[in-house]
Write a protein of this length. Structure first.
Ligand SMILES: [Zn+2]
Length: 255
């Protein structure tokens, strides 16, 4: 029997983005500004807690594990940072700032508005780190010198208990290939092969993005799906080789 990909038409009209659901605040705030309802920042184990010697909480997992915005807000920093390797800072409506460190890939830029649970980065071990983890720090206000507060009760007051499972933030989708295909380092056949998928095998997937237009079996498709790699990092496979719709049934667009 011959299997064919269902995906074919290249149309932007079909690219419907999921809307973030509005969730009521769960805790009484200390000020007149309502505390927001938080989302799980990332999957993993709490490898180091908050203390006088550690201003934040560490959540460890495999390199490439998606990291999500704890709450809606504005990105006020995204780039290199001393000790962190790279960091992202998000200012929330209640005046608190969440800081994310050590990622090896950042998906958001300064000035960008993000939603709670939106993927903002992939976990890494950049900077002062002995292995892949997220260092999450919470500060009151935008100062970069004031000491942070304990992220564990901060998140708990906003409805998230660590360790947590990301929900609605993507990253836990599964795709199934209909044929053997190459997984590449970018969404183009000009990039190197970093892995392969096998026919009728299922793989975890993070999100999809638009890349090189690929033609196979008379179909064309420019959607590529991002897969976390066992060896760490991520790769991209043309969705034309995946079962399902034109994004291989992956609903989330890469940030
Ligand atoms: Zn840390």
């Amino acid at each position: 029997m011959r299997l064919y990909p269902r995906a074919g038409l290249v149309t932007t009209a079909a690219l419907l983005l999921p809307l973030a659901a509005a969730v009521p605040a769960v805790a009484a705030p200390p000020s007149t500004v309502t505390a927001y309802s938080a989302s799980c920042p990332t999957a993993g184990v709490v490898s180091q807690g908050y203390s006088s010697a550690h201003d934040g909480v560490d959540i460890a997992n495999a390199q490439g594990t998606p990291i999500y915005a704890v709450g809606a807000g504005e990105v006020i920093a995204s780039g290199p940072a001393s000790g962190y390797g790279q960091w992202i800072r998000i200012l929330h409506d209640d005046g608190t700032v969440t800081e994310y460190g050590h990622m090896y890939q950042r998906d958001v830029a300064v000035g960008q508005q993000v939603q709670a649970g939106q993927r903002i980065a992939l976990m890494g071990s950049e900077g002062e780190a002995t292995g892949p983890h997220l260092h999450l720090r919470v500060r009151i206000g935008t100062s970069t010198t004031v000491r942070g507060i304990d992220p564990v009760p901060y998140l708990r007051e906003r409805g998230v208990n660590l360790p947590c499972t990301p929900g609605g933030g993507g990253g836990e989708t599964t795709v199934t290939a209909w044929t053997e295909a190459n997984v590449r380092s970018c969404a183009s056949t000009t990039c190197g092969v970093v892995s392969t998928v096998q026919a009728n095998e299922s793989y975890p997937a993070n999100c999809w993005k638009t890349g090189q237009l690929v033609t196979a079996e008379g179909y064309t498709n420019d959607k590529w799906v991002e897969l976390p790699l066992r060896a760490g990092g991520v790769g991209y496979v043309s969705a034309i080789y995946l079962q399902g719709d034109e994004t291989g049934n992956v609903s989330r667009q890469c940030g």
